[in-house]
Design a binder for this molecule. Structure first.
Ligand code: GUN
Length: 283
């Protein structure tokens, strides 16, 4: 069993981004800027937003964290986004999800300028991924997963069987498109998939993104499979993924740990997308 070390891999990416930003600073150029909006007091969201802002500081990006009241109206939130769309120092805008129930997430995400949509959640950006054009903004977690798969020496994804558990817009749907784009025979399961154990036992790659602690057990995995764990669950105060790591790791050829696997890659890809948005604007 080999660990796919997201912490190490993401650090290498962040080091490269920092080098680019240092060069910009040395030439007295503007640095890339990321704005993160958080609405309300969701504790998990606060932790995620803090780690995104911290990562910006580490590489030398300009960052702006905007904390908005739980009861903000749809119109006021849209005004905040419009101001950031027009802000020349901001290349990327991220609205941390989930939003409070009274807000329309779809409308909010789609109000972000397509070129600043560093989450890649807008219909235009997701649509491009689905059409096999990955030159727009590719969602961060799926992009990070592909990066980890590509870090496996001599891997050839073409023709492999991939099974994605979970069909969210943030992970399940875009990662299945990215796998399909690379010639992986891809199956997307959900919590009601019949005989899911049989489907999973046929997989060369499993992406577990359903949000159920230790769902994936050793009896569902074939020997030598590559296991990517997207879950971040808190059980008895401890973080654990959607994979029963202790037992599944005995069978897997490669596996991501939680924490230290997909999570840090998501943040690295967010900064990568912000740098790409900056480069594309060319100002
Ligand atoms: N909530 C959980 N994951 C994410 C993410 O990647 N981006 C945003 N904006 N919200 C999230």
């Amino acid at each position: 069993m080999n660990i796919l070390d997201g912490k190490k891999c993401s650090q290498e990416i962040l080091d490269k981004i920092k080098e680019t930003v240092d060069n910009l600073k040395n030439s007295n150029k503007r640095v890339p800027g990321l704005a993160v909006i958080i609405v309300g007091n969701n504790p998990a969201s606060k932790i995620y937003v803090n780690s995104k802002v911290k990562a910006c500081e580490k590489v030398g990006f300009y960052s702006k964290a905007i904390f908005l009241d739980e009861n903000i109206s749809q119109a006021e939130l849209l005004e905040n986004i419009q101001a950031l769309n027009n802000d020349k120092n901001i290349d990327g805008i991220l609205v941390q999800l989930p939003l409070p129930k009274h807000l329309n997430e779809d409308e909010i995400c789609n109000a972000i300028d397509t070129s600043k949509d560093v989450d890649g959640f807008k219909a235009e950006n997701l649509g491009k991924v689905m059409l096999g054009k990955e030159d727009g903004m590719v969602p961060c977690t799926p992009q990070g997963i592909m990066y980890l798969l590509d870090s496996i020496k001599d891997i050839n994804l073409y023709g492999m069987n991939g099974v994605v558990i979970g069909r969210s817009n943030i992970v399940g749907k875009p990662i299945s498109s990215l796998l399909i784009n690379r010639g992986v025979t891809t199956t997307v399961c959900n919590s009601r998939t019949k005989n899911i154990e049989d489907v999973l036992r046929n997989a060369d790659i499993i992406i577990a993104a359903l949000g159920k602690p230790k769902f994936l057990k050793e009896n569902m995995v074939k020997e030598g499979a590559i296991i990517i764990d997207v879950g971040i669950n808190r059980v008895d105060g401890k973080l654990c993924g959607d994979v029963d790591f202790e037992n599944v790791s005995k069978l897997a050829s490669f596996i991501t740990p939680v924490p230290g696997g997909v999570g840090p890659m998501t943040i690295a890809m967010l900064l990568n997308n912000t740098l790409r948005a900056y480069d594309k604007r060319g100002e």
